[in-house]
Design a protein around this ligand. Sequence first.
Ligand code: C2E
Ligand code: MG
Ligand code: MG
Length: 594
Amino acid sequence: MNVWTDVLPWAVPAAAIVVAVILFAWRGFARRRGRRQRPGFQSYQPELLEALYKDSPIFFAVVDRHGRFLVVNRDPSSLLGYTEREMAGRPFLHIVDEDHKALTEDVFRRTLNGERCAHDIRVIHKGGHGVDLQIHTTPLVRRGRTVGIVVFVLDISERKRSMDRIHYMAYYDDMTGLPNRRWFTNHLREKLDENAAQNRQLCVVYLDVDRLKLVNASFGRDFGDMLLMLVAERLTRQFRLPGQLARMEGDEFAAMFDDFVHPNEAVKRVEQLQRLFEEPFELNGVPIQLTLSVGAALSGSGGDAVTLLRMAETAMQRVKENGKNDYLFYSSGLERADVANLKLHHELRRGLQNGEFILYFQPLFSLESGRVTGLEALVRWNHPERGLISPGEFVKAAEESGFIVGLGDWVLEEACRQNKAWQDAGLPPVPVSVNLSLRQFLQRNLVGKIADALARTGLDPGYLDLEITESMTMDVERAGQLLRELKELGVHISIDDFGTGYSSFHHLKTFPIDRLKLDRRFLSDVGRNPGDAAIAAAIIMMGHSLNLRVTAEGVENEEQVAFLRKHRCDEIQGYYASPPLPASQIPDLLRKRS
Ligand code: C2E
Ligand code: MG
Ligand code: MG
């Protein structure tokens, strides 16, 4: 680095002071000497000026009133690439960078009017690259008239470069070249203001590459780093605009987008993001399949940039807790559940580890034959202090906190295992029904999980029935695809609590489902509420016309049974026939009623 870089900011004033002091001292000295001996200081002035002119470490130029170079104090080629001859007579504006022309002109005009100015400008070297200069200007006055200006010039390119480098280090990630958290947060702040003014929503996503630690551990850190660069490159395929994507730390990235109108479109974009990772990465000939855990937050949820980022990160953390490779949009429930259900959540987790959950089974009966046609697995929590707790008390909290996914995995496997054990014991085989929660349904690897559970327990897929609810079918395209994949496994699908949620009958027809479970609310008052009775009858009829079996839930009395018989309902489930039973009582039931 040029030694002048550090001292140059001080050099002009210092040189001026030095010259002034020399001149002052010289004049005093000359005056005193002059009294004694002549000739005086004046006789040295030309040599002194000559020395200053030729040997000054500072470059300076004299420019005429029209802005043309008249003289320079030394060869300018090392600084600007032009020789002294090439410079002479050339308008100085010619070599000034386009962006700095207006400022330079202003400085020139002000100096002609008698002002001394100092500014940073950029000029273009003969070779085409920019050179950053600090200029100090002073008017050149001859006999009371300004005839031009003197420009003192310092080369500050090196200083600018190191400033830029410091800026880069503060705002960018060295490895991937992406902006870092600080930059992203600032940019997000600006974007939020902009979008609020235009009444637009913005979506922030927080991404974590799953199992990168494992890659680092197996292949080494350098390999992991290179993989992260490939990850960054792949993410930029979806987030192309500058500032849309940043590396937050380690294997975490954040991104933002606002090119959507309806939140559903934002959901689609997030799903698209996960699909980016379907194709494996290849590094040194090793194919590596990576997945992403994604949390998202919409600016509509309120809050500033930092809050929005935290929301997306919270949602991402939840995905991680629930077994990774999934996405989740932040909702206030996530956080409220955090505070209120922290203890419950902790207890639930511990309960699952300690084997405190058990399954009860409620049989379904054929109305025609009176035989058991299926068993619905219903989870219970055998709490060490509070005793048997019904799902009504914890399923909602488990759903909010995400615990339901882990619990659901256990229920699925346990129900399959139990059913297979009964079959192996020689009992008449019947399908077991398992309730799926919305969160389970939204997992991308649901089909794989179910296939694994079936494979591990050895249960024939034909003896597993999955209960979903209408709300899960709202994203028709996704639900249709998922249900088709599930059907291909050979399992049965039922719609639970039918009639309470939103369903498009049109789409119902296209979904590969086997059974509707008529919600118990339509039967609770069947004798006295003709409206409910009419709906129940219509649902049974519609189900049959779509070739679906219809099961009535919550059947408690003879009157309901008579009604259901009249409308040719297929099956009943409810206290009238049997409450949910502990597993120990099922073999007896199957032996007697199958
Ligand atoms: P669901 O799937 O509709 O299950 C039927 C519920 O109705 C069960 O309550 C059952 O005990 C109750 N029930 C059965 N017969 C009658 C009756 O005649 N009258 C009345 N009033 N109720 C009856 P449970 O076991 O408390 O489960 C409540 C809900 O919790 C279930 O509703 C289901 O949505 C959820 N749930 C239960 N187990 C699981 C599970 O393993 N996973 C998931 N995701 N949800 C579960
Ligand atoms: Mg159910
Ligand atoms: Mg139900």
